[in-house]
Write a protein that binds this ligand. Structure first.
Ligand SMILES: [Zn+2]
Length: 106
């Protein structure tokens, strides 16, 4: 049972793009040391298109969304999703089942 988010109450996903000033590194080279890039609030990301800087509060949430997205992509790259793997096993055992029935044992 999964709770479905109520429409209109979901947090907005803001499209982010790499900060062109620090090139996404979040810091710029100062004279003696690296400085936090003020054009992207030290995040390396700005709002896509408008290149606006997000506030720290909003930034944390949007970066979390982005990180979750990246983690899902990494998980997908690491191999087939567990669900499809289980389904494939089921299909195989169905074919091997006695009398060719679809009995899966569960
Ligand atoms: Zn920047």
């Amino acid at each position: 049972m999964q709770k479905r988010p109520v429409p209109g109450f979901e947090r907005e996903r803001i499209e982010l793009e790499t900060c062109s000033i620090c090139k996404g590194k979040a810091v710029v080279n100062g004279v003696f040391f690296e400085l936090v890039c003020i054009y992207c609030n030290g995040s390396g990301w700005v709002v896509g298109g408008s290149k606006l800087v997000l506030s720290s509060d909003e930034l944390v949430t949007q970066l979390s969304f982005k990180l979750q997205e990246a983690q899902r992509e990494i998980a997908a790259l690491k191999g087939p999703a567990k669900v499809s793997g289980i389904q494939r096993q089921h299909n195989q055992s169905n074919r091997l089942g006695a009398g060719g029935t679809n009995y899966t044992g569960d």
